[in-house]
Design a protein around this ligand. Structure first.
Ligand code: KG4
Ligand code: ZN
Length: 343
């Protein structure tokens, strides 16, 4: 079975072609085009520009894949992220995929972007044309933590398909808070990876409050800590120059505070639900420091991350996840987008 998957929920245009044979798969081709150069001068994503870029990139990337893989193009299904995401970005993906489905006379598998982030841990390697086995060492029930630019959610997987939400952020997502704090330090967008780089040169000398750690639920909040961080930086600027060393110390301290906060909440759910595994995914799960503190606490047999290149948005996650939902395929006339789609 061959699936062609599309990702356009936010600011990454991703397309991937994956072949499946029972419990094995191989990535025949994939393309990813990031838009950060377009959005960075605005300090965040401008939805209408994101859609314009998707409209421009989709035919280019699709043609590259189509021309190169003509021989293999006996596609069984198309798949695309129907939400959650920015409405203009989702629409741009929908229009392209619906058009293609009509031309090729194929059904479409609608994919929940959040589920695709979780399922990405089942992919061992993002390597072209290598047959791989779908990862089978993740045991259920499992806890799932999704930490990205748009979402911070803790879920309980009774099994791979039976998922229940335990808690989520009440305001900013973790990635969003990292991006905003990075901006306060004068870094470009997206700030998460740049903050990580800067933090490597620093020490965690600033103490900051950990939000909601003693609340009885599994919710998160990152908008207060970001304001605290902004006030702290303003205070420092009154008396000192914000030199590179201070910035690095601030970056490290911020990461430490917010990552320990999610670790504390995850531990709490772990103690209550006693899952067999923990899946940590989403753009922020690309962070090495975050990986380290989770691995240190839970151990490498318990906690699973996607390969770093698959932690952030991409088409491979979508085409791969679609394999598990072929029973949900529908005709192009019925396809719709869901900007507020939930788990
Ligand atoms: O999953 P993703 O690509 O998009 C959403 O679905 O939101 O996540 C993007 C987020 C951004 O906030 C970005 O700053 C963050 O993931 N991110 C990181 C790292 N790489 C990406 N945050 C911390 N450390 C990283 N290495
Ligand atoms: Zn995402």
């Amino acid at each position: 079975m061959i699936i062609l998957g599309f990702e356009t929920t936010c600011d990454e245009t991703g397309i991937a072609l994956i072949e499946f044979k029972e419990k094995k798969f191989r990535i025949l081709d994939h393309k990813l085009r990031s838009q950060f150069e377009v959005h960075k001068k605005y300090g965040g994503i401008v939805p209408i520009l994101a859609a314009r870029e998707h409209n421009k990139n989709l035919p280019i990337l699709f043609n590259e894949i189509y021309i190169k893989n003509l021989v293999n193009l006996d596609i069984d299904y198309l798949a695309f992220s129907v939400g959650p995401g920015l409405p203009p970005s989702l629409l741009s993906g929908k229009n392209f995929v619906v058009n293609l489905a009509q031309k090729l006379n194929k059904k479409i598998i609608p994919i929940n972007h959040l589920i695709a982030h979780f399922y990405s841990v089942l992919i061992e390697k993002n390597k072209l044309n290598i047959w791989q086995t779908i990862k089978n060492n993740i045991k259920f029930p499992a806890l799932g933590l999704l930490i990205s630019g748009g979402h911070t959610i803790l879920v309980y997987f009774e099994s791979l398909k039976n998922i229940k939400k335990l808690g989520e952020t009440l305001d900013d997502a973790l990635g969003e808070s990292l991006d905003k704090s990075a901006r306060i330090l004068g870094l470009d967008y997206p700030g998460g990876p740049l903050l990580e780089k800067l933090a490597k040169k620093g020490k965690p000398i600033f103490n900051m409050p950990k939000p909601l750690i003693s609340s009885a639920d599994y919710n998160f909040s990152f908008s207060g800590i970001k304001t605290y961080f902004w006030q702290l930086v303003e205070e420092i600027k009154k008396y000192n120059k914000l030199d590179e060393e201070t910035k690095a110390n601030l970056a490290y301290s911020y990461q430490k505070t917010v990552f320990e906060t999610v670790l504390i909440k995850t531990k709490k759910a772990y103690e209550k639900f006693k899952p067999k595994s923990i899946i940590v995914t989403g753009g922020v799960a690309a962070n090495s420091y975050l990986r380290r503190i989770f691995l240190k606490y839970f151990g490498k047999d318990k906690v699973f991350f996607p390969e770093k290149s698959l932690a952030t948005d991409n088409g491979i996650n979508i085409a791969f996840t679609a394999y598990f939902f072929t029973d949900k395929s529908i005709s192009y006339e019925k396809i719709d987008i869901f900007p507020d789609l939930k788990i």
